[in-house]
Design a protein around this ligand. Structure first.
Ligand code: B12
Ligand code: SF4
Length: 485
């Protein structure tokens, strides 16, 4: 019996290359209010096995709806692939979800295999869509549910943000958790969302459109979940994927204190950390954070150019980032920095400043790592998308064109400087530090990367991308593995 079929499309990504799909948090979240009353099946195209056979089997039960999650970017190729497959075998309504801006939603609805799109947080909206379909009613008109009527797009009313802490825990039993425990040097890790949204105003970030208001789970509930992952699922590390973990400093403090008090054996990796949050922490709090199990934090710096930092409204300075790196170098905590190159108006000299800052942070702190350098992507709904549009930049006009925007092979439609420098820079940034050793338990991979690292460092520091045969091999490997590049 399947009432609802949910599909997680592939995404081309370093994690995918290392064969480490992460828990489908979006799909589990939209199942929270539904799983008690409806049978839900999740098919994950990223997992080994025959996804077509799994979909066909689920379709035999004539589900009420098929839901497909997707991010703006390369994942769209696969979202289209699975939606076309469903449409070829069934006339069940196909509903997409994810954090998409109206322009993208309208373009998605122009595709014949997309019947509706849930915009923003999906829990309540999808519940209402399913209830309408189960009662034989059209879901058109439900807040945040975009639909088509006689070929015309029906724009729905909006709805207030959900009270995040009142949502039930995720129905983990819907997936085989063992397949999502990712093995790192610190053991098996699992992803978890402890808060939603961010009040900051970075001009490239989706939060400004979708979740400017920060909402969080109580400290007690966060701690309960972390301990449960260890007790019930054998996870030894929890990766907290919040946009901005430290908005409520008291909550963060309470979480850390409770974990210490409980003698938590779990290590933590915090994704959304700002330089100004570190500034607000005393040295004692940095120590407490580590004692609570935080082995790594991810800090967004984005650029080494002060002019660009101001242009993108990051509300930090280069000097302040360097100072916090210095403080962190005296602690036991690893730190991974996020950078983006190719911002509108960025000059070659400003891009070099970013590279220099990244190298300086690595030099000053042996526990510092770089996230692979993103190539700027003008996401609809952000201030920089509007800026690019005003500047007359040619932006994607269809959902298929958006599919060519992602952080690794981003701006495939771009020629010129971005293709010549930012894309290769993104590639070599994968190998300039010890992150592969940090993330992958494979000794063979460690050895291969350590052989290539001096070359990557040279290319990175000098922006010398002549005869980049290694990227050619890497891309071919990807194509062989995933059939698309
Ligand atoms: C983990 C993560 C990743 C992972 C895995 C993503 C994944 N497939 O789940 C990886 C590393 C692959 C990744 C990549 C990218 N990411 Co990312 N990522 C995140 C992160 C940190 C957590 C995602 C998450 O699990 N959230 C928790 C779940 C519950 O939220 P959710 O998935 O949005 O689901 C809710 C709704 O969207 C909706 N929903 C989702 N799916 C469905 C399905 C149905 C049927 C329905 C009805 C509703 C629905 O309901 C859910 C519950 O409310 C978020 C930030 C964040 N905190 O959300 C950024 C975020 C999603 N990423 C973002 C971006 C920009 C990217 C990249 C484009 C980065 C880049 N510059 O290249 C790439 C895209 C690569 C690609 N397209 O293939 C943006 C999204 C912008 C956008 N409009 O899509 C976010 C929001 C960060 C930000 N603040 O800007 N990312
Ligand atoms: S601080 Fe991070 S999550 Fe918040 S707006 Fe800036 S980039 Fe987005």
């Amino acid at each position: 019996m399947t009432d609802i079929l949910l599909i997680q499309p592939r995404e081309i990504d370093a994690d995918q290359i290392l064969n480490l799909p992460s828990l489908p948090l979006g799909l589990l979240s939209v199942s929270t209010l539904l799983h008690r009353d409806y049978d839900i099946q999740i098919v994950d195209q990223r997992l080994p096995g025959n996804w077509q056979a799994s979909i066909l089997e689920a379709l035999e039960a004539k589900p009420l709806v098929v839901g497909v999650t997707c991010l703006t970017g390369h994942q769209i190729h696969f979202a289209i692939e699975v939606s076309d497959f469903v449409r070829a075998h069934s006339d069940v309504p196909i509903v997409w979800g994810g954090l998409h801006f109206p322009v993208i939603i309208e373009q998605a609805l122009a595709h014949p295999s997309v019947d509706g799109v849930v915009s923003g947080e999906g829990e309540q909206t999808f519940l209402e869509v399913v209830q309408a379909l189960a009662a034989g009613r059209s879901p058109g008109g439900i807040p945040c549910y975009w639909s088509k009527e006689d070929g015309a797009i029906v724009e729905p009313p909006s709805r207030p943000f959900l009270d995040f802490d009142s949502l039930p825990d995720l129905p983990y039993h819907l997936v085989d958790l063992k397949q999502y425990l990712r093995f790192r040097k610190d053991g098996a890790s699992i992803v978890f969302e402890s808060s939603r949204g961010c009040p900051n105003r970075c001009g490239f970030c989706a939060c400004n459109f979708y979740s400017h208001r920060w909402r969080a789970m109580s400290a007690e509930r966060v701690v309960e979940n972390i301990l449960r992952f260890h007790r019930e699922f054998g996870a030894s590390m929890v990766v907290i994927v919040d946009d901005n973990f430290f908005v409520d400093k008291k909550r963060a403090h309470a979480i850390f204190e409770s974990l210490v008090k409980a003698g938590s054996p779990v290590t933590l990796d915090l994704q959304g950390v700002r330089v100004d949050s570190l500034e607000r922490m005393t040295d004692e709090e940095l120590t407490l954070m580590h004692r609570a199990g935080v082995v790594k934090i991810n800090v967004g710096i984005e650029s080494g150019s002060q002019r660009i930092l101001e242009f993108i409204k990051k509300d930090i300075t280069v000097e302040r980032a360097i100072a916090q790196n210095h403080r962190l170098s005296k602690t036991e905590t690893y730190v991974q920095y996020n950078f983006i190159t190719g911002f509108p108006t960025e000059t070659e000299a400003e891009m070099k400043e970013t590279i220099e800052l990244a190298l300086r942070l690595l030099k000053n702190n042996p526990k510092a790592m770089l996230n692979y350098f993103c190539v700027f992507s003008p996401l609809p709904g952000t201030e920089l998308y509007d800026f690019e549009k005003q500047q007359g930049k040619q932006l994607p006009q269809s959902i298929e064109e958006w599919a060519d925007y992602d952080r690794i092979y981003l701006n495939r439609r771009e020629t010129g400087d971005i293709r010549k420098t930012n894309v290769p820079l993104n590639f070599v940034s994968l190998f300039v530090d010890r992150k592969i050793e940090y993330y992958s338990p494979s000794k063979l991979l460690h050895r291969l990367v350590s052989l290539y690292r001096p070359v990557a460092r040279y290319r990175f520091a000098r922006q010398n991308f002549n005869f980049l045969v290694e990227k050619w091999f890497f891309d071919r490997l990807n194509r062989l593995s995933f059939g698309r590049m």
